[in-house]
Design a protein around this ligand. Structure first.
Ligand SMILES: [Zn+2]
Length: 424
């Protein structure tokens, strides 16, 4: 064993046990969401964790926890000043892409730096040679799944950190603190986390999602996001009698996919603030075929250009085969939160200060994704995204450092204090 890595601060060390205990409990509850389900939540089982959290918030001593009509858990920790009300938000659901049933978490205490072979599926290896964030955490207590499921640190790390911080604040007197409003949402992973989110009932002046990743990061920029479905209508006839009659939608859909730029404007070839278009699903038959795209960019105007490009490609396919028809349907999902955050610089400054007080060097980051906070920011509640300490999200090789999760919980405790120092 390596010497155990120190915690970022005495407070982080004090919170670590509770954060880990809660985390190990929450990841065992299967909350996997589902794509393209009209019902809300997309899977009923997400609410099992929501109900558990309502009970645990009551045990902590809060008087008003409730699972509301918008399927969010809301609760209040009253403050000691009339400082702005601080919202803390995390999501109970996990990604539809990887199973979250029967999670059995493993704590690799004071991890010594060797490759971690996950025992449930030994093909799944966390190799520090290819995972620099892991390589930097020799001596940390590293939590993984057994390799057969997701771990679910996204976002149960965020939930455990909020719960541990609120429990700590509720049982200690300490100094002045702002009123905290807690929210645990459903279906964030399918882009519907902020749907039915009652901002008035929530009543926060500013908020933070605990849904980021690497230690010390505060994400203040997200993508702007849209999805596009192209439905190609061909004309199917028996192939034995198809001469001059068959219009094969499968072939036309393939042409469309092949016409998408490859050396650029794709997830495989872009990074940082570069946007992309991404065909992620193709389905259908000779009569009718569907190609689903997503488009992403940090710049709203460029996102529209990407959508125009896809529209043009769909039109070209239909133009080459006039007997076919291509229908295009666009949906905008969320917008880059940056302009909304910039109107409220205090929301960033307070978080950076709280991270510092937790003994961590803060870093502003951009995300090549979205968060509940992007939607809430556009609706008037500025909501940047704080780190949780989880890594390799949406993979069976997902992992989280207990030391980093504890630092996130300590950051939340300090946030309540930092905001109490700034009265409106
Ligand atoms: Zn998440």
């Amino acid at each position: 064993m390596a010497p155990r890595a120190p915690f970022s601060s005495p407070l982080a060390e004090e919170l670590a046990g509770d954060v880990l205990e809660r985390f190990l409990r929450y990841v065992r509850v299967d909350t996997q969401g589902a794509y393209r389900v009209a019902a809300r939540p997309s899977t009923e089982k997400q609410l099992e964790l929501s109900r558990l959290l309502v009970e645990e918030l009551r045990d902590i001593g809060l008087t008003d926890p409730e699972l509301n009509v918008g399927h969010s858990v809301f609760a209040t920790l009253p403050g000691t000043t009339d400082a702005p009300v601080v919202g803390l938000i995390a999501h109970v659901d996990t990604t539809p892409d990887v199973t979250g049933a029967g999670v059995s978490p493993i704590v690799h205490e004071a991890w010594a730096g060797e490759a971690i072979v996950l025992p449930g599926d030994t093909r799944q290896v966390l190799d520090p040679e290819v995972l620099p964030a892991l390589a930097a955490r020799v001596g940390h207590d590293v939590v993984t799944s057994d390799g057969t499921t997701l771990l679910g640190a996204d976002d149960k790390a965020g939930i455990a950190e909020i719960m541990a911080a609120v429990a700590y604040l509720a049982r200690t007197q300490g100094g002045p603190r702002a009123t905290i409003r807690v929210a645990f949402t459903v279906d964030e992973e399918v882009g519907r986390g902020a749907e039915d989110f009652d901002l008035d009932a929530f009543g926060a002046d500013i908020a933070y999602t605990l849904d980021g990743s690497d230690l010390g990061e505060l994400e203040v920029e997200t993508f702007s996001a849209a999805s596009m479905r192209v439905t190609i209508h061909g004309s199917s006839v028996h192939p034995g009698a198809a001469k001059d009659k068959l219009v094969n939608a499968v072939k036309l859909a393939s042409e469309l996919v092949l016409s998408v730029p490859r050396g650029r404007l794709s997830p495989e070839t872009t990074e940082g603030r570069e946007g992309y278009v991404h065909p992620h699903r193709i389905s259908g038959n000779a009569e009718e075929a569907i190609v689903d795209f997503i488009a992403r960019d940090h710049d709203d105007a460029l996102l529209e250009q990407h959508l125009d490009l896809l529209r043009g490609l769909a039109e070209e396919v239909a133009a080459r085969e006039p007997r076919a028809k291509a229908d295009v349907e666009v949906r905008h999902s969320y917008r880059n939160m940056r302009p909304f955050i910039e109107e409220n610089p205090r929301v960033v400054d307070a978080a950076l200060e709280a991270i510092r007080r937790a003994g961590v060097e803060p870093r502003l980051a951009i995300t090549r994704g979205g968060t509940d906070g992007a939607v809430l920011s556009a609706k008037g509640l500025p909501t940047p995204n704080l780190f949780t300490g989880g890594q390799e999200y949406h993979s069976v090789r997902e992992w989280a450092s207990v030391q980093d999760m504890a630092a996130a919980a300590a950051t939340i405790v300090h946030l309540a204090g930092v905001w109490a120092e700034s009265t409106e």
